[in-house]
Design a protein around this ligand. Sequence first.
Ligand SMILES: Nc1ncnc2c1ncn2[C@@H]1O[C@H](COP(=O)(O)OP(=O)(O)OP(=O)(O)O)[C@@H](O)[C@H]1O
Length: 311
Amino acid sequence: MRPIIELHDVSLRQGGLTRLAGLDLAVEEGEVLALLGHNGAGKTTTMKLILGLLTPSAGRLEVLGGRPDGRHAAVLRRHLGYLPENVSFYEQLTGREVLHFFARLKRAAAGQAEELLERVGLATAAGRRVKTYSKGMRQRLGLAQALLGAPRLLLLDEPTTGLDPAATRDFYDTVRELGERGCTVLLSSHVLPGVEPYIDRALILGDGHRLALGSLDGLRTEAALPLTIRARGRLADRDWRTTWEDARIVARPLNGHEVSLSVPAECKLAVLRRLTAIPGVEDIELQPPSLETLYAHFSRLGTRERRGDAP
Ligand SMILES: Nc1ncnc2c1ncn2[C@@H]1O[C@H](COP(=O)(O)OP(=O)(O)OP(=O)(O)O)[C@@H](O)[C@H]1O
């Protein structure tokens, strides 16, 4: 089956500025892909190219089997949902009126508006004017708007900015459910903590360049960063710095009953074996590099490469 989104060497240059540089990307049906990057990295630009709101200056781009900015655009509009970064609605309308308005625009059944209000948890607030909504309620209304018409592809630009942790979790739960039903989801985010369990792959962008693309496991293998092993117990009597022959294993005693070890992946088993044999060790916890750590690693690497620094 063909990917839902295909970018081959896509660039967008405007004036002297490169907004996107030679991006290659294929996204499969039902995949949840996170677009990660600093301010100005090219996340919104990538989304707007996929939406057909911008046209590449070079390269080939296909979305749901056609070019998004050509005649295919009308087909796309029916199968695409978009939640922009700064979502705004007519403040005087109620949540229900807003959704009915967008349902008419998208030629979706009015009944679907009610169903979606329920689904995003706004059923009881549906009769209130949008101007009385909190940030989280506006985002949920935005998501309901994006879900009108049963889209095959959803583009969510910074959807969890300003949401509290519980609202963020609810939001991502809905995203996961959509992915499981075969809807392809692209979401851009600065807010990395919490997103890991909900995504299949991450694309890390920096100054319009692709810095890394892969699943969490794939990115971990590529980055080859040390993992953290924490041991707890009655540990005060030991000199942790001299316990290891390999200089790459760095021990940081946190207090008398906890030590944190930075361990290269290939030393993991040896360290675990040694730790389990040490009297006093009562508990061991493994922490592979988080998405946040991987993001920082690839961003640093990308910046260095572009500046031509030695690693
Ligand atoms: N309307 C525009 N006209 C010209 N250049 C633009 C325009 N919008 C964005 N850019 C430039 O394109 C580049 C990529 O911006 P983009 O908005 O895609 O980044 P982003 O990763 O979404 O950033 P943010 O996290 O701040 O939203 C930046 O250098 C930005 O200055």
